[in-house]
Design a protein around this ligand. Structure first.
Ligand code: TRP
Length: 335
């Protein structure tokens, strides 16, 4: 029965242009899970406010991200895809949970330390309580599993701690969520420095493949990818990180195993291999880009989906929020 499915929650921030890394590491994983779970995917726009945004640009990015989730293949009639800022429950639960979170815990968050170092002129309180808002996101929907990258594991850990603390005082209010780590190989590294993660904000334009890059750009970036001085397509992260990264990308794109890839390119040069990777990735991205362009033009459909899903998210999240308010002893709102 549909309502016996476990609940999955995840989301991405609406900042920067999404890369192939975001696609392989998150979106693609979501797609493989979305039949098995009842899914909620947020456009995490409140989190994005922890860093200054240019309003018009930000507004566009958030809507684009919604459309991209759909273009990538998540059906908005089956998955609840919505804007975090449209569902007031998030901000409300975040406040309540912040009263159950210790500064000592937040002080340990490595992402806060990293971001504070990066934005030294704007170390705001939101950046500090970012993990509490993330806990609220997850706990509002009683999520069982949360697919996240390695960099978010610490935030998931604090979410569990907050939930357990709350439950130990008030009884079973929150489901304790588990992290879901995608299979190895889903982590895509920079094409120019394969020891670093492919990033939305790399200064080197050739380091990241963006989901909106056209086919020629994609092929060119793969052609220029950093490799090594051998000429053997062999999976070996210690000695051949560039080639291994390309093999991961090719494998994730085509479904081929590393063995199959090694065989396919035995005796062939890096030029052939890079061309094949570029072609495969371009062939994967092009239909998604076409679908995205169609969607973004179809204002009526997008608005309808946004409204429908915002309402659904509100409905589910309010069930939890009402319970929480009651448990902590807030008086009933009879307005
Ligand atoms: N912090 C996450 C990131 O930057 C985005 C996010 C916000 C999220 N709330 C979440 C991810 C809840 C999973 C669940 O990647």
């Amino acid at each position: 029965m549909a309502d016996e499915k476990k609940i999955l929650y995840s989301g991405m921030q609406a900042t920067g242009k999404l890369t192939l890394g975001n696609y392989m590491g998150a979106l693609k994983n979501w797609m493989t899970l979305n039949e098995e779970y009842e899914c909620f995917f947020g456009v995490m726009d409140l989190h994005s406010l922890t860093v200054r945004q240019e309003p018009a640009e930000f507004r566009k990015r958030a809507r684009d991200l919604f459309a991209l989730y759909v273009a990538a293949g998540l059906d908005p009639e089956k998955n609840c895809i919505y804007f975090q800022s449209h569902v007031s429950s998030h901000a409300e639960l975040s406040w309540i949970l912040s009263c159950f979170t210790y500064m000592g815990e937040l002080n340990r968050m490595t992402q806060f330390k990293d971001k504070a170092a990066k934005h030294a002129d704007n170390i705001n309180a939101g950046l500090y309580t970012y993990p509490v808002l993330m806990a609220a996101d997850i706990l509002l929907y009683q999520a069982d599993v949360v697919p996240v990258g390695k960099d978010q594991l610490q935030h998931l850990e604090i979410t569990r701690d907050i939930a357990q603390r709350f439950n130990s005082i008030y009884g079973d209010v929150f489901t304790i969520p588990e992290a879901y780590m995608g299979k190895a190989g889903a982590k895509i590294m920079s094409l120019q420095d394969p020891t670093r993660k492919m990033s939305k904000s790399d200064e080197n334009a050739n380091a990241s493949v963006y989901l909106m890059d056209d086919a020629d750009t994609v092929r060119r970036k793969f052609k220029r990818a950093v490799t090594d001085s051998e000429a053997e397509v062999r999976y070996d992260w210690d000695n051949k990180p560039g080639i291994s990264n390309l093999m991961d990308i090719y494998g994730a794109t085509t479904g081929k195993t590393t063995d199959e890839i090694e065989k396919e390119f035995a005796g062939k040069g890096y030029g052939d291999f890079k061309m094949a990777v570029g072609d495969a990735v371009a062939a994967m991205l092009t239909p998604m880009q076409t679908r995205f362009e169609e969607l973004i033009k179809d204002k009526e459909y997008l608005d309808k989906m946004i409204k429908q899903n915002d309402e659904k998210a509100y409905y589910f999240s309010q069930k939890t929020l009402r319970k929480v308010k009651k448990k902590v002893g807030l008086t009933e709102n009879i307005r």
